[in-house]
Design a protein. Structure first.
Length: 216
């Protein structure tokens, strides 16, 4: 729906409507033919809400106004607090889920460029103090990142994943949703982590397996 965004500035509620009979969505007098008018209307409203509820920083980064961000350093073109990748099938079509949670980032966090951190569905996506997040990292909704974690470039942390204190996540690593990474664990570059990783272990590969560390 991003091609509608330029029409949202100053938009009033009555200036956006849909017609099931005509198969159209109308935004401020401009009418678009759409496959499912009701879903298109809901998605457009979600996007309108997003485009009008972010603080735009001089770096080009966007932070949702209800996010709780401490004294942190944020690089260029980051997005913090947008909706996560959550969809439900309605009549065979995917409809985006509303996310009513937020993002909490404690003091002392450093976030590099082009990082995306999604808001939680009903709770907070959380990043604890001292964590460092490299460029082009994606952190999914409801993820919990502990203290002094290092997350290297291009890593993906799936929704509801938990990363313990002092863990290291290598470049291009993928952490599956709802997976727990224990404290002081090391995830190698390019690893695809599909199961929980105990504290202190080092995992690498695709799918990732333990290569050394504490076996307990």
């Amino acid at each position: 729906m991003s091609h509608y965004r330029q029409q949202f500035e100053g938009l009033k509620p009555k200036e956006i409507r849909y017609s099931i009979e005509d198969g159209t969505l109308t935004i401020r007098g401009n009418t678009f033919a759409v496959e499912n008018p009701k879903i298109a209307f809901m998605e457009a409203l979600h996007e309108w809400q997003e485009s009008n509820s972010f603080e735009i920083r001089p770096t080009g980064s966007r932070i949702h106004l209800d996010c709780r961000v401490g004294e942190v350093i944020i690089g260029l073109n980051c997005t913090i607090g947008g909706y996560g990748f959550g969809y439900e099938s309605v009549d065979g079509k995917y409809q985006r889920m509303l996310h009513h949670g937020d993002v909490v980032i404690e003091d002392g966090v450093i976030i590099h460029n082009n990082v995306n951190i999604d808001r939680g569905v009903t709770e907070s996506t959380y990043i604890a103090t001292g964590t460092r997040i490299d460029s082009n990292v994606h952190i999914g909704h409801n993820a919990k990142i502990g203290k002094n974690v290092l997350i290297c470039a291009n890593a993906t942390v799936g929704g509801s994943a938990i990363i313990g204190d002092n863990a290291f996540i290598g470049c291009n690593a993928f952490i599956k949703q709802k997976v727990n990474i224990g404290k002081n664990a090391t995830i190698g570059a390019g690893a695809v982590v599909l199961t929980d990783v105990p504290e202190g272990q080092t995992w690498a590969g695709n799918p990732a397996k333990q290569i050394n560390g504490n076996s307990n």
